[in-house]
Design a protein. Structure first.
Lengths: 158, 158
DNA sequence: CCAAAACCGACTGGTTCAGTAGGATTTGAG
DNA sequence: CTCAAATCCTACTGAACCAGTCGGTTTTGG
């Protein structure tokens, strides 16, 4: 498995926040209820997102979380990296601040045999993640409103 | 980290086998020595490769392993899958026998919010892996010969 | 004041990782 | 025939990570 449920739950959380149009914050328990995810686990995940500057929080009664930016400006590579840590195909692979890729065990002779492969893999993953915006996911999963099939609907913010 | 050292070591092992042109089998201890990897761990990995039909073995004295096919015909998706198990971005993602992708928790309403994302990621990874042959890695890592440890350059890589 | 909410850290059972250990079996060579 | 080299097989282990749970503190609106 490439990613753990941290990425899965965290992205679902972000999508849920991205649905809400206004600036009213949404409580975690609302999200947990809507997505059927454990609240106390979501707390850990949203903390990572907040530290990464992707969501903002307001404390106290009627508090909650909002996206820190419009969903069109949020690409999923940033989200996943915030949740899972730096995404690299292999332990020996590190992205330098200037963007270059380093393999820790390429010695005096040119290249280790696997570098070409992992470079391609990382390129594929990065392209897929960075080429997807949160707005796309919101759109894909049913637009601005939660699905209303079956008569059940979320309590409208009033 | 997307993959563990099983993929790393296993691919290095395959490349080492791919270097040898003839049909003489190479012992695991030779590979372990050349790549500086623990022999007893390599035994586990090569067992997976053998069960996947990627290498053949001959037992007894002067035995060892050979590639089951010419390296041009071996794509890395098969190798990595043999080592790591089915490569999917997420637990809920399963590739059906007919090639379709299923997300286990898409319920009555259309799609779960993350499916679009993971589909793209899996596409990127699969494309990178399936688009790379073992022959390419052998070529990239210094052709048929082992690297000369004297500051020699890999000028012939194309 | 009170309840709702964000925040924080500690803890836990389960699984995987990265090997190690100890053997059993097969085979070529002397 | 015997020995050494090799594949093959099962079991075990310490460490790390996963997926939560729990209890408690702080902030805030009504």
């Amino acid at each position: 498995m490439l990613f753990s449920t941290k990425a899965e739950y965290g992205v679902r959380l972000m999508v849920e926040l991205g649905r809400q149009p206004g600036s009213t914050p949404i409580s975690l328990s609302t999200v947990a209820d809507a997505e059927r995810l454990p609240l106390s686990y979501l707390e850990h995940l949203v903390a990572k997102l907040r530290k990464a500057g992707l969501v903002t929080s307001t404390r106290g009664a009627h508090g909650g979380y909002r996206l820190a930016m419009p969903p069109e400006e949020i690409t999923l590579d940033v989200v996943v990296e915030a949740l899972e840590g730096q995404v690299a195909p292999m332990e020996c692979f590190h992205r330098m601040p200037d963007g270059r890729v380093l393999c820790s065990h390429e010695g005096d002779d040119g290249a280790c045999a696997t570098k070409l492969l992992w470079t391609r893999v990382q390129g594929g993953v990065t392209k897929a993640l960075a080429g997807t915006t949160l707005a796309e996911l919101v759109e894909f999963s049913g637009g601005g409103e939660k699905a209303v099939k079956g008569g059940e609907k979320i309590a409208s913010a009033a």
